[in-house]
Design a protein around this ligand. Structure first.
Ligand SMILES: Cc1cc2nc3c(=O)[nH]c(=O)nc-3n(C[C@H](O)[C@H](O)[C@H](O)COP(=O)(O)OP(=O)(O)OC[C@H]3O[C@@H](n4cnc5c(N)ncnc54)[C@H](O)[C@@H]3O)c2cc1C
Length: 437
């Protein structure tokens, strides 16, 4: 890097802190601007006075990520992780329990035998071609629609293509989990190989401790409560950023802000114009505390049927018993919503009552076991891959359009990536950036 000006990093979540930590290691000057009062973003962990712990988004990290960041010794091994689907009052192990339902098997075979002359034009077509109509229409597509808030016909086929690998590989990794007695990570990494020796762990002090470790020794370079208001571009190069009215000249910008927000922050260019329309799905997470354990059939329960206002339940204590006091549990309820809709506008008591009413269909005596709840909301949980901006999304995958402006991290890349991939991809992209400016 020839330029002596600092690099501005926007956002102190896992991606921004990975970038900061990397630049620090390379002796490259930087300033990290964070809009909020604290670091960690979506990787924030909470612990209440009664001993219940929960994380904002991320629960499951890998031993490889923990070791790379330097918190491997502070982690507990996750011994089990499993998913199930609730369908017509019964639960099925996911994915192989569903395959045993004759109509699902039959339509899956039919789709494999059918000659599909054209590439799928939507997520709906992709799922029907890949899994068969029964599994697609009864399970995959309702879940995709609840999760994204869009019709499967309007979503890009890339939604399906971004799912984890082959059935053969999944079978092998699941078998390895059983033999080794630890939750081998399946579908959590693309940057590095998935192998039986990469499994889930949990830092004793919560997922947020990854961010604390990355930020260690960098406090003087992290500016909290300093939202970047403008990224100033001249002749198609970033020259400065403006935060709290103060303009600072910079060599480059590494942004972790959502892609559509980034497009609005940039002044002096039209290069990012088409990214302004990208949409994110807001989510509400209701963390409900109960007496007892094992209230769900497995760690995650998917609910494709529209009678439920939520599409996923997670009883994280089935994988990580230490997240609640002995004999108690915590279930996270995921409700997909839009900002300002009836769910977004509900207060905590209304949301809790709604969840409890529906949970009693799945958890007998749930009301009597209920101990209390807490609600978290985010307007930017998942990038939504709409077909209407698929060309722009593919352009953005390649580049922000400005050579010295990197957009990294989950919302920054507008990609469904987990923390390990965020980590490796960020390091690689930042290394390329400093070699080229
Ligand atoms: C429901 C859910 C479950 C998940 N589960 C897992 C899991 O089990 N395992 C896993 O590995 N990953 C999981 N993830 C993904 C993981 O949480 C993210 O990949 C990771 O936390 C993203 O980090 P980030 O730094 O890219 O973004 P963020 O954490 O969103 O950080 C971005 C930061 O930028 C700041 N910012 C935004 N705009 C500005 C501005 N203008 N100026 C200054 N600062 C700004 C924000 O305040 C924020 O702190 C999950 C995500 C979700 C939503």
């Amino acid at each position: 890097m020839k330029n002596e000006k600092p690099i501005a990093i926007i956002g102190a979540g896992l991606a921004g802190l990975t970038a900061a930590n990397y630049l620090h290691g390379q002796n490259v000057p930087f300033i990290l601007y964070e809009a909020g009062k604290k670091i960690a973003g979506l990787a924030t962990s909470f612990k209440d006075a009664e001993g219940f712990s929960y994380d904002f988004g991320a629960h499951f990290i890998t031993n490889r990520l923990a070791a790379a960041i330097g918190v491997g010794d502070e982690c507990l091994t996750v011994k089990h992780y499993g998913e199930a689907v609730y369908l017509k009052g019964k639960t099925y192990n996911y994915p192989f329990g569903l395959v045993k339902i004759p109509r699902m098997t039959w339509s899956g075979i039919k789709s494999k035998l059918a000659k599909n002359g054209h590439a799928p034009a939507s997520a709906a077509e992709w799922f029907r071609q890949s899994y068969g109509a029964a599994l697609a229409d009864e399970v995959a597509l309702p879940l995709i629609e609840a999760w994204s808030g869009a019709k499967a016909e309007d979503l890009s086929a890339a939604v399906g293509q971004s799912l984890p690998g082959s059935i053969g590989k999944t079978l092998y990794l699941k078998a390895a989990s059983k033999v080794l007695g630890r939750a081998v990570a399946i579908g959590y990494n693309r940057e590095m190989p998935e192998t039986a020796s990469v499994y889930h762990v949990y830092p004793e002090k919560g997922v947020g401790s990854l961010c604390e470790k990355l930020a260690a020794g960098l406090a003087d370079k992290i500016k909290l409560e300093m939202p970047v208001e403008e990224i100033i571009v001249e002749n198609e190069r970033v020259v400065a950023v403006k935060a709290k009215g103060e303009t600072t000249e910079v060599a480059a910008v590494v942004s972790t802000a959502p892609a559509n927000i980034l497009a609005k922050l940039v002044k002096g260019t039209k290069a990012l114009e088409s990214f302004k329309s990208f949409r994110y799905r807001p989510m509400i997470f209701v963390n409900m505390r109960f007496e007892g354990r094992g209230l769900l059939p497995d760690t995650v329960l998917w609910l494709p049927e529209s009678e439920f206002p939520f599409f996923r339940l997670t009883e994280a204590t089935l994988s990580m018993p230490w997240l609640a006091p002995a004999g108690k549990t915590i279930i996270t309820v995921d409700i997909g919503c839009e900002k300002g809709d009836e769910f977004w506008e509900m207060d905590e008591d209304e949301l809790t009552a709604l969840c409890l009413e529906h949970l009693t269909k799945i958890i007998p005596g749930g009301r009597e076991k209920f101990l209390g709840a807490n609600v978290l909301r985010t307007p930017i949980a998942y990038p939504v891959f709409l077909n209407e901006y698929e060309t722009a999304r593919k352009d953005f995958e390649r580049s922000s359009g400005i050579e010295n402006l990197l957009s990294i991290g989950r919302n920054g890349e507008f990609a469904h990536i987990f923390m390990e991939d965020v980590y490796w991809r960020t390091r690689k992209k930042v290394r390329n950036l400093i070699e080229n400016i």
